[in-house]
Design a protein around this ligand. Structure first.
Ligand code: GCU
Length: 423
């Protein structure tokens, strides 16, 4: 047999059921069927999914991987400290909000930046994104509050952070990451943008616990399903939608959550948990995001739990070295979002994230989208570069490396327009 004829079909084989999920040159271990319950019984209809399988999977991922998050506090308050200032050369109205998670200015809190298109006549849909280097870094708008939390320094491929002095962002840091955030295009399209800084939630280091918002919830530590950093970012995104539903400029039925890389992992988990998000966009989320661990290639569970031990919960460590035997996988996490819309995007040279494995993850979630009436189908085979495939569950692999590029946003805009039937 030639290598080509050895091309393997990745199969879902559980309780006697076999589903073709994606064709690939990489042998993927059989992944669990999202439509088979833990007791072996099959999900027969949407009601079985909603009432039985979805809660079962949500509990499984919470316990075994992402950890628990605190409930929303009845004391939570929003302090709108920038109430609606003209910004972006007249294209937007800017608001900034401090979310006081326990209602106490000395307690856990973070800032959200919101731009609403000025030309809007009614409520507008919104993209809620979590950013890497500060709200002030995604735009040069001088009115954006500069974070006082730690920011990493030095120059990377996405932002020149030599502006950061002693861990503190300076005026010179405004807009250093603007290339990944086409805010004006969003305004032109009639979308609002809300964003928060990951470092206002968690310093994102191995020993950063004391400076994270998690430290305000000590009761959720010292247990296998402890509140984790990815869980914390996702939970903060839910607290943002708590605000957005109160803002009269926003159509809260049309809010998409977006994240790149580790923040794409968080965006998916946010949408999996919180059904108020009508869409989720995962850009290069890779391992612990959209990719299937069962592929057994690229970044694996041991690496995630060693290099980033704060990202997932303690229970997840028992799966170190067991990627291909994991009793669940990320397609089932993404299936929790169905039939709401999900866009999974990859970059061809992003080997650490296993682009083909991200596609395989989306494809393996498809039976659930189909069961629940999601539109469109993904091809059986990993598509060629630079073409968007699917509909409510959509995918592309772009040429180039780990990044967020204009090509990516063009696809997201088309996807959101389609899903929201906007214009
Ligand atoms: C590392 C990590 C990835 C992660 C990425 C990022 O490369 O291995 O899992 O997605 O950082 O967040 O930039």
């Amino acid at each position: 047999m030639t290598t080509r004829s050895l091309r393997l079909l990745a199969l879902v084989c559980v309780a006697g059921s076999v589903l073709v999920i994606a064709q690939s040159d990489v042998p993927t271990a059989p992944v669990p069927d999202p439509l088979v319950m833990a007791d072996g019984s099959r999900v027969k209809n949407a009601s079985d999914w909603r009432t039985k399988r979805r809660p079962e999977l949500l509990a499984l991922f919470t316990r075994e991987m992402y950890g628990v998050a605190p409930p929303r506090s009845p004391q939570m308050k929003f302090v709108v400290f920038d109430k609606g200032t003209d910004a972006l050369g007249g294209k937007a109205i800017r608001r900034q909000i401090t979310v006081l998670l326990k209602g106490d200015p000395n307690g856990p809190k973070f800032d959200m930046l919101l731009y609403v298109p000025k030309k809007a006549t009614g409520r507008v849909p919104a993209i809620l994104g979590i950013n890497f280097w500060g709200n002030h870094a995604i735009t040069s708008d001088p009115g954006v509050r500069i974070t006082t939390n730690h920011v990493e320094s030095g120059k990377n491929s996405y932002a020149d952070l030599t502006c950061v002095k002693d861990g503190q962002a300076t005026e010179a840091c405004r807009g250093v990451n603007a290339a990944q955030w086409p805010i004006e295009a969003m305004m032109d399209k009639g979308y609002a943008l809300a964003t928060i800084y990951r470092g206002d939630i968690d310093p994102d280091t191995k020993d950063g616990f004391d400076k994270s918002l998690k430290a305000f919830y000590p009761e959720l530590q010292g247990r296998g399903d402890n509140f984790s950093t990815i869980g914390e970012w996702a939970w903060a995104l839910s607290r943002c939608i708590d605000y957005l539903v109160t803002d009269r400029a926003i159509d809260s039925k049309r809010v998409a959550v977006f994240g790149w890389s580790r923040l794409g992992k968080a965006a998916l988990w946010a949408a999996a948990n919180d059904e108020r998000f009508s869409a989720a966009i995962s850009d290069d989320s890779g391992a612990g995001g959209a990719k299937l661990f069962h592929r057994g290639i690229a970044e694996n569970i041991t690496r995630l739990n060693t290099v980033f031990p704060h990202w997932y919960d303690e229970n997840f460590r028992k799966y170190n070295g067991k990627d291909t035997a994991l009793p669940f996988d990320q397609h089932e996490m993404m299936a929790l979002i169905a039939p709401r819309a999900v866009y999974v995007a990859s970059a061809q040279d992003d080997a650490n994230a296993d682009p083909e494995g991200e596609f395989a993850g989306a494809k393996a979630a498809e039976p659930v989208f189909r069961l629940l009436g999601g539109k469109g189908t993904l091809p059986d085979k990993w598509p060629a570069v630079n073409q968007s495939v699917g509909d409510d569950l959509a995918y592309h692999v772009r040429t180039g490396g780990h990044d967020v590029k204009p090509f990516d946003w063009d696809q997201y805009f088309a996807f959101l327009d389609r899903h929201w039937n906007h214009r």
